[in-house]
Design a protein around this ligand. Structure first.
Ligand code: NDP
Length: 243
């Protein structure tokens, strides 16, 4: 396959402390990318950074907090001068029937899944200009394409990510910054902690994706020639025939 050599590129991966983010960091590092690992659980980031050695730097960041995001990107600029890939992956989902759901959970999801993407994207754009093949890739969800019962607010945040990217793509295309969305179905991760048992049962039934499968979709998109934009990848376990 004709792919870009990613050696020496710089990536920021949010939500790198577990699941899809950690798998993406490992795969990018294996491709020669320097990965800046961002999340709140510093112990997890430090362990991953130790595993990846010189290929990674861990920086604590709460993507919901604009000041924390500004600090992250100031450090990235100082150390690396710019960014080739922003992987907006940090996020969470709380399963609840909307009528009885807790507004505090709405806010947590909106803050991380939507404001997190907005803060990181705005901070990254100036660091991406003039870097061939630069890309912003965000993780939405199959729930960002189809409403899923008992995930209504989560779905709202993920639909918002898709809409935001559709517009952003038009703003950044002339600057040759590629804007991609990945919409996974069921993946084996720590996601959905308040219904972990039910989700694990469903993941077993569906023979769910693994984090590494989503990481491969990211690297596939990023490693395309710089003029090639993979706009969107919706991926699910073959057994997941409904949202
Ligand atoms: P995990 O729970 O394993 O990982 C979530 C990651 O997000 C953690 O590293 C967590 O780090 C980070 N995170 C959450 N909130 C914040 C925050 N405010 N600031 C910084 N980091 C934060 O689940 P996944 O790997 O599955 O989740 C990754 C993405 O994939 C999410 O956006 C999720 O919505 C999406 N997704 C997942 C699916 C699945 O079935 N697993 C399906 C479709 C989409 P920390 O707590 O250390 O801050």
């Amino acid at each position: 396959m004709k792919m870009q050599d990613l050696t020496g590129k710089v990536a920021v991966v949010t939500g790198a402390s577990s699941g899809i983010g950690a798998a993406a960091a490992r795969l990018l590092a294996a491709e020669g990318v320097h990965v800046v690992l961002a999340a709140r659980r510093v112990d997890r980031l430090d362990a991953l950074a130790a595993e990846l050695g010189a290929a990674a730097t861990a920086i604590a960041c709460d993507v919901a907090d604009a000041a924390s995001v500004a600090t992250l990107f100031a450090a990235v600029k100082a150390r690396h001068g710019g960014v080739d890939l922003l992987f907006n992956n940090a996020g969470l989902g709380v399963n609840a029937r909307f009528e009885t759901s807790d507004p505090a959970d709405w806010r947590r999801m909106i803050d991380a899944n939507l404001y997190g993407v907005l803060h990181c994207t705005q901070a990254a754009i100036p660091l991406m200009r003039g870097r061939p093949g630069a890309m912003i890739c965000s993780v939405s969800s199959v729930g960002g394409r189809y409403g899923v019962e008992n995930w209504s607010v989560y779905s709202a945040t993920k639909f918002a990510v898709v809409g935001f990217h559709d517009a952003l793509r038009k703003e950044l295309g002339p600057d040759r910054i590629r804007v991609t969305v990945i919409e996974p179905g069921a993946v084996w991760t720590e996601f959905g902690h308040n219904v972990a048992e039910a989700l694990d049962k469903r993941r077993n039934q569906l023979d769910a994706l693994h984090s590494e499968d989503v990481a491969q979709a990211l690297v596939y998109s990023f490693a395309q020639p710089p003029n090639v934009l993979v706009e969107e990848i919706l991926m699910r376990p073959v057994l997941q025939v409904a949202p």
